[in-house]
Write a protein that binds this ligand. Structure first.
Ligand code: DX5
Ligand code: ZN
Length: 219
């Protein structure tokens, strides 16, 4: 797959000025907006829910990539999709009937992604690889921005890329956590398609310029 997807994570954006911050990454060529949904249960942090996602929907035409780090995500799938999420990614560790949930997301009209924490092996996804639209490889333990990239994540991306080639699967591989200017190329070469980047974009004085910088490295 030629075109790489840059998905800035607004987790570390200035929430008092969210629409303007999103505009900055849009101007820099961002492809998606990554929305980290946290409930203080599945992860030790709380962010926002469908109401705020709906407000974000109004501020951009870019696809909204909702990463649900919440307990029982099945209860809120419709709400997030109705609020305007284009991609819904749920966690393998939380969902018991993974095939059912992924199918339901697709039936509701969104793209279905599944995320794996650093301690969760790729093999746990084997049976859903043919139906999933995206696999999110967590390269930090979920909950916070600005953490250090866990090196073992690279092998998972390589493994997922090989499985995709061998079986002609269609899923995108997304990386999330600790991506910076020093490691983004290595992750790209491992076969990753979609890059979630939080701190390395939003903690810069010039958000647009740093978005452009990543975009250039990914093309
Ligand atoms: C962590 C979130 C990430 C996070 C990435 O739980 O899923 O999306 O915002 O932020 P950085 O790029 O700062 O690691
Ligand atoms: Zn995320």
């Amino acid at each position: 797959m030629k075109n790489k997807i840059l998905a800035p994570s607004i987790l570390t954006a200035d929430f008092s000025n969210l629409a303007q911050q999103i505009r900055c990454v849009e101007l820099g060529g961002a492809d998606w907006i990554h929305c980290d949904i946290m409930d203080g249960q599945f992860v030790p942090n709380i962010t926002f829910g469908p109401i705020v996602l709906k407000a974000i929907r109004k501020s951009t035409k870019l696809p909204l990539d909702a990463h649900l780090m919440i307990k029982t995500p099945d209860n809120l799938l419709e709400e997030f999709i109705n609020a305007g999420a284009d991609y819904i990614t749920i966690h393998q560790e939380e969902v018991v009937h993974l095939h059912r949930t992924l199918t339901r997301i697709k039936e509701l009209g969104a793209k279905a992604g599944v995320a794996v924490n650093p301690a969760t092996p790729v093999s746990s996804l084997k049976e859903v690889l043919p139906i999933v639209d995206m696999i999110l490889v967590m390269s930090v333990n979920p909950g916070f921005g600005g953490q250090k990239f866990i090196e073992g994540s690279l092998n998972k991306i390589i493994e997922l890329d090989k499985l995709r080639t061998d079986s002609n699967y269609k899923y995108l591989i997304q990386v999330d956590g600790g991506i910076d200017l020093n490691n983004v190329k290595t992750v790209l070469e491992a076969g990753c398609n979609s890059f979630v980047i939080g701190n390395s974009i939003f903690k810069n004085d010039n958000i647009t310029a740093s978005t452009v910088e990543f975009k250039n490295l990914l093309s």
